[in-house]
Design a protein around this ligand. Structure first.
Ligand code: FAD
Length: 667
């Protein structure tokens, strides 16, 4: 009997879809020894998710690859609503902006998931040391967790043991569902059974090597049929509906006037259609298949669904306009199901992210975004705990923060799908139909949610806002010191909300006058930021406040060991740029000197007019007093953890915030 090879890693990621790749990106940026495995032999190349929210683009920008998506994608600017007129014929009834105006420097864009995976893969390759690359055609077969080791955070404790099997090419490449020439998504859609079990059965007795991996942490990013979730015995709660939708990615040939706009088309009798204009002349059509009904078990017979049945259904909805195609890039069909996981982690050692803990209809373009954002929330926490910088208890905020987002998503999707799939009301007295005014209203409100910018994490050791940390999320106490935890002063920066992502306005670099969106400075490199809104630095009173704050900073036994490596300091003052001198007016600690590279010119900014890009009015927009300023702490994922004073007890409170989070900081 040959012994199975054994190895160790700090984090084992199962699944290399958007969630798994986001997690691997954090592991790369934090320098963590991680492995990522996927049962399929390749990444995906077409189809699947295509909508990128403003928040996802902000996140991509923090890693440094938003520009690639921005250039390649189609930009979504306007939504047109088409509804039956009094004669029953569809006509354009409304236009609204695709996303709420003025919230982000980005708008929503569309580009297929395969490209997003490409950007991640390139980023991970560039930044990982030790190198991390997706190990494909690898299937986990067994999982065990040694509970006695879960609370042992020493470097030699590996509570998780997984057996991995390396598949043959044939096993790892799922067959196309119906032999069609065009790639389809049926094997990954909600209509298919889990193919993981089939793979395990098929290959029994076949060749293929196996290995044992011992890990400190594991993250199941293995999609809607998550093997990891099933091993843990966790459930998804919720129901499938009987709405069946087809999806076609085609280059349309049509006289429909709004084919390059995002459209919601409700026909009087033939169902609904969503038009999503895409890159390279492609258009995605989401079409309700009213003629295909689920069987007694509640599942649709997918052999009845082909690109032809889908386009026929679209033609009926869009009549009197013509719609055909010569080129189809991808297609699929799915049945809407809205489900949320009961648990997002096991003993804060094994986590679930993405479709593994929430599934819902794709039309609102949320799945990929929310999945990536789960992993974006978790990755830095794991990285900083593994590096011995943050207390392991911060990992408990993953479930309390993300489960609520998943629940909100399902509620949103439930409402949106019902309104989208329902028949339009004939008139105000038609109670069985969907009122188009209600639909438009839901769209406008839904747009804020769908932008990803309304996420608001509850009070915890990481979010110093009012509220009982113990009552957040699933009811678990997420703070070891919730009774004594610091509570910030929101009123000092009314629009930099604790719990929400740091909003962005333009500021200028004090040293070279270049305008920057403030959020661009908050890179995803695993560091917290202490942002000193220094106020009017030319006022003697304020200057002495800033000096005192900086003196405390340089002598703080809690913060000093972490300065720059874990806590970056950024300053933004409100005096006139040309009256201020970096070296004369700011303590050295705000722009430190390095023997080899001189002064740091990239840490001090000013809220002033630019030559070419107008005036950001950052203090005004953030709701900060121009004289007195304030201190803000952002987490490595740009969410605001703390807002407090620069003077008075301000520094002590910043210290208390970090004291509650960092290891060995004497709390
Ligand atoms: P997945 O992308 O499903 O990735 C899971 C990965 O894990 C896969 O690579 C899989 O091979 C691997 N895996 C699974 N089981 C195992 C195992 N046992 N061992 C090893 N590896 C395993 N979302 C949007 O945001 N916008 C959209 O416009 C949108 N449109 C969609 C259209 C369609 C037709 C579909 C089907 C989905 C759409 N979605 C959309 C949803 C989106 O695709 C998913 O929400 C997203 O891919 C989830 O990412 P994930 O990483 O959690 O899971």
């Amino acid at each position: 009997v040959t012994e199975m090879p054994e190895s160790k890693c700090d984090v084992l990621i199962i699944g290399a879809g958007p969630a798994g790749l986001m997690l691997a990106a954090w592991m790369a940026r934090c320098g963590i020894n991680a492995r990522i495995v996927d049962k399929r032999s390749t990444k995906i190349f077409s189809g699947q998710a295509d909508g990128l929210q403003m928040r996802s683009l902000e996140i991509f920008d923090s890693f440094g690859f938003a520009d690639r998506a921005w250039k390649e994608a189609n930009h979504m600017i306007e939504i047109c609503m088409w509804n039956p007129g009094p004669d029953g014929v569809v006509r354009r009834s409304d236009r609204i902006p695709d996303v709420p105006v003025g919230l982000s420097r980005f708008t929503q864009i569309v580009l297929h998931q395969g490209r997003i995976e490409r950007f991640f893969l390139d980023h991970i390759k560039k930044h990982s040391n030790p190198p991390i690359s997706v190990e494909r055609a690898v299937l986990p077969e067994t999982l065990s967790i040694d509970k006695s080791l879960c609370d042992d955070h020493s470097s030699t404790s590996y509570p998780i043991t997984v057996k991995l099997r390396h598949l043959t090419e044939e096993e790892a490449t799922p067959a196309q569902s119906n032999g069609s020439e065009v790639r389809d998504g049926l094997f990954r859609s909600n209509l298919t059974d889990d193919d993981t079990d089939d793979l395990i059965r098929k290959s029994q007795g076949k060749e293929g090597t196996a290995e044992i991996v011992r890990a400190k942490y594991m993250v199941g990013c293995d999609g809607a049929h998550s093997w990891t979730r099933r091993q843990l015995g966790f459930q998804l709660e919720g129901e499938p509906t009987d709405f069946i939708w087809g999806v076609l990615d085609v280059i349309p040939i049509t006289d429909f006037p709004d084919i390059r706009m995002r459209c919601a088309v409700h026909s009087a009798e033939s169902g609904s259609l969503m038009v999503i204009p895409r890159e390279n002349k492609l258009v995605r059509l989401y079409i309700q298949l009213t003629e295909i009904k689920p069987d007694a078990s509640g599942r649709a017979d997918r052999s009845q669904i082909t690109p032809e049945t889908i386009i026929k259904a679209a033609q009926k909805i869009i009549t009197p306009y013509k719609l055909t195609y010569e080129y189809c890039d991808w297609w699929t069909a799915y049945q809407i199901g809205q489900r949320v996981g009961t648990n997002f982690d096991h003993s804060t050692r094994i986590f679930l992210a993405g479709d593994a803990v929430h599934t819902h209809s794709p039309k609102a373009g949320q799945g990929m975004n929310v999945s990536m954002q789960d992993a974006f929330n978790l990755g830095w926490k794991l990285g900083l705990v593994l590096k011995g910088i943050c207390q392991p208890s911060i990992l408990r905020t993953y479930q309390s923060e993300r489960r609520r987002v998943a629940q909100d998503l399902i509620d949103f999707d439930h409402k949106f799908s019902r309104l989208f799939s329902g028949k339009p009301a004939k008139d105000v007295l038609d109670e069985s139909g969907v009122s188009m005014a209600e639909f438009k209203d839901a769209f406008v409100k839904g747009n804020l949610f769908a932008s990803g910018l309304s996420v608001d994490y509850g009070a915890s050791m990481l979010i110093a806002k009012e509220g009982d940390a113990a009552e957040q999320g699933d009811g678990t106490d997420v703070s070891s010191s919730s009774k004594t935890r610091v509570v910030g002063k929101q009123e000092l920066a009314k629009n930099i909300k604790m719990g929400m992502r740091f909003p962005s306005y333009k500021v200028l670099n004090q040293s070279d006058a270049r305008p920057w969106h403030f959020q661009e400075l908050l890179k995803s490199d695993g560091r917290f930021r202490l942002i000193l809104f220094a106020g009017n630095i030319l006022s003697p009173n304020q200057k002495s406040c800033i000096d005192a704050f900086c003196d405390s900073l340089s002598s703080s036994s809690i913060l000093k060991p972490y300065l720059y490596s874990t806590i970056q300091i950024l300053t933004c003052h409100s005096a006139k740029r040309t009256d201020v001198e970096l070296l004369r007016d700011f303590p050295d600690i705000l722009h430190p000197f390095d023997e080899r590279s001189g002064w740091d010119y990239d840490s001090v900014y000013v809220d002033d007019k630019s030559y070419h890009e107008g005036y950001g009015d950052a203090y005004g927009n953030y709701g900060i007093d121009r004289e007195k300023g304030c201190a803000v702490v952002t987490r490595p994922d740009q969410y605001v953890g703390f807002v407090g004073e620069v003077g008075g007890e301000g520094f002590k409170e910043v210290e208390r915030y970090f004291g509650g989070v960092l290891v060995g900081s004497g709390n």
